[in-house]
Ligand binder design. Structure first.
Ligand SMILES: [Cu+2]
Length: 159
């Protein structure tokens, strides 16, 4: 019984505890043809565990593409496609990610976004006190999750 409770905790509660920041693409203007997404992205710090949230009207969409396809506005090779007007895309690994609108000519007119996702374990710069706080918090949550998981493993071993 206790094991079941811990198992459920590890499965469902821990991911919520590790829930990261939501980055609303384009802010209140959302994902549209009038946005400047390189400027928007340069003001953000993307970390593993964060979410990228796209809000847009009906004629738009979101394709996850390769770097080449981003640069050439090629929408025919999408790695992932999102539709529906609102998407929350989890940033689950570090590295570069590229997004374009699949609608004809929208990428060429600026509906393209490149982001760099930083690993959550990368050390914070000493000068950036504000950004150190979330990092410290995520380390604490990470350690707690590990502790709980190990505790659950002990139960499995004993059982
Ligand atoms: Cu579009």
């Amino acid at each position: 019984m206790a094991f079941a409770a811990i198992f459920l905790f590890v499965l469902f509660v821990s991911p919520i505890m590790c829930y990261g920041k939501d980055h609303i693409v384009g802010g209140s203007d959302g994902w549209s043809q009038s946005g400047d997404y390189s400027t928007w992205a340069s003001a953000q710090t993307f970390s593993v565990g964060d979410n990228l949230v796209f809000n847009y009207g009906g004629s738009h969409g979101v394709n996850v593409v390769s770097k080449d396809d981003y640069e050439n506005c090629n929408t025919g090779n999408a790695l992932l496609t999102y539709t529906g007007g609102q998407n929350s895309i989890p940033l689950s690994s570090s590295g570069d990610m590229y997004f374009v609108c699949p609608t004809l000519n929208h990428c060429d007119t600026g509906m393209k976004l490149a982001i760099k996702v930083e690993g959550s374990t990368s050390p914070a710069t000493p000068s950036a006190t504000k950004s150190m706080q979330p990092n410290a918090a995520s380390i604490t949550f990470g350690s707690m999750t590990t502790m709980v998981f190990e505790f659950a493993l002990v139960f499995v071993y004993m059982g």
